[in-house]
Design a protein around this ligand. Structure first.
Ligand SMILES: Cc1ncc(C[n+]2csc(CCOP(=O)(O)OP(=O)(O)O)c2C)c(N)n1
Length: 358
């Protein structure tokens, strides 16, 4: 039988789990400031995460999706984007959002059930956190189409989870991205679990990156716990898209070291041994060890960084806690230009005013 086509998926990694280079490093590895910025973002995200969970546990936050163990993805993506690019995040991309104009207070307001958290005018064209799985992938194609149509030198970055790649929306989105050669980069945060569904039950595909092949776009797989690899390959894909080179699908392999959200108990479906094995791949000490060996990071810098992050986070938490709650009827305010009658009635009844149903 003749072979029609053959494909392969490349896997990239620069640092092993101990932060030791596995081969030649990209120019980024010589950029002290960039490495320190990536590291700061990861440490900040982790400390914010811890604080948000404490707020939730004490009844001061509705729910929260941690990114513990996956910080390299957010940091690498956020750092690779230019201010004029547009992010369409899912709900586990804190680090990427913190590199943009999202502040901790915005994120806390959102998770506290206050939509004003996503209404900061400084967010520009960035999209709010998307909780419905993969629905934002088709929106991303729309945004990327608009950019291309207007000939703007901007790129759209859309992040989703491994589970999200099983949704029809995702296949439609990558197909259109390919067909229209859109300036769009999809980044899959493959943390290997979609709540309690493990990656191997989610799809028979050997890699998630290979889904790109059917869409006719490049698909690459990365060690998503290697911040240098994420930053390097996401930046490469973004700049290629900016130059008219079209979309890329990046699968960043990581692991969710935390519960799915504060409403989940991951001990019910996965073992301590599995968790322990993945703790050894943690991206934060990985970059720290690399920088220490290069003598661009010290114990003293670490202590100062932690203090500075904690002080900033506490200030943001104060802003969040001091924000007067939204009025309950505000939930009707941003849905429609003109509220349909049934919803008007609901709004009125919430205000304590009965309406006539003729
Ligand atoms: C359309 C839709 N269906 C179901 C859900 C419920 N749900 C929330 S998170 C989740 C799993 C998501 O897994 P994955 O895409 O791997 O992202 P992760 O949470 O692991 O980052 C599901 C099914 C949802 N939010 N939206």
């Amino acid at each position: 039988m003749n072979q029609s086509r053959a494909f392969q998926i490349e896997y990239h990694q620069f640092l092993d789990p101990d932060g030791v280079p596995v081969g030649d490093l990209p120019p980024l590895a010589e950029e002290t400031e960039a490495l320190q910025a990536l590291y700061r973002n990861m440490v900040f995200t982790r400390l914010y995460d811890e604080r948000a969970i404490a707020l939730q546990r004490t009844g001061q936050l509705g729910t929260f999706a941690s990114s513990l163990g996956q910080e390299a993805i957010g940091a690498g993506v956020g750092h690779a984007m230019r201010p004029e690019d547009i992010i369409l995040p899912s709900f586990r991309e804190n680090g990427a959002l913190l590199f943009r104009h999202f502040r901790v207070r915005d994120l806390l307001l959102y998770w506290g059930g206050d939509e004003r958290g996503m209404a900061n005018p400084k967010l520009g064209d960035d999209f709010p956190i998307c909780v419905p799985i993969a629905t934002h992938t088709t929106q991303a194609t729309g945004v990327a189409f608009a950019i291309k149509y207007r000939k703007q030198p901007r790129v759209v970055v859309c992040l989703l989870g491994d589970g999200g790649t099983s949704k029809g929306d995702f296949y439609e989105a990558i197909n259109l991205a390919g067909a229209w050669n859109l300036p769009l980069v999809f980044v899959i945060n493959n943390n290997q679990w979609a709540i309690s569904v493990p990656r191997n039950l989610q799809s028979r595909a050997e890699t998630l990156a290979q889904k790109a092949i059917a869409a006719g776009i490049p698909g690459v797989q990365l060690d998503g716990n290697d911040p240098i690899a994420v930053r390097h390959y996401v930046a490469e894909a973004i700049e290629k898209a900016r130059d008219g080179g079209g979309p890329t699908l990046i699968e960043a392999i990581s692991y969710r070291l935390c519960h799915h959200t504060t409403a989940d108990d991951a001990t019910r479906y996965r073992s301590e041994e599995e968790l322990e094995a993945h703790r050894r791949l943690d991206p934060v000490p990985r970059l720290r060890r690399f920088m220490e060996r290069r003598q661009i990071w010290s114990e003293e810098q670490e202590t100062r960084l932690i203090q500075a992050c904690q002080a900033e986070i506490e200030q943001e938490v104060r802003h969040y806690l001091d924000t007067p709650p939204q009025k309950p009827e505000s939930m009707f305010d941003s849905l429609y230009a003109e509220l349909p009658r049934e919803l008007q009635a609901q709004r009125q009844s919430l205000l304590g005013k009965e309406v006539n149903h003729d």
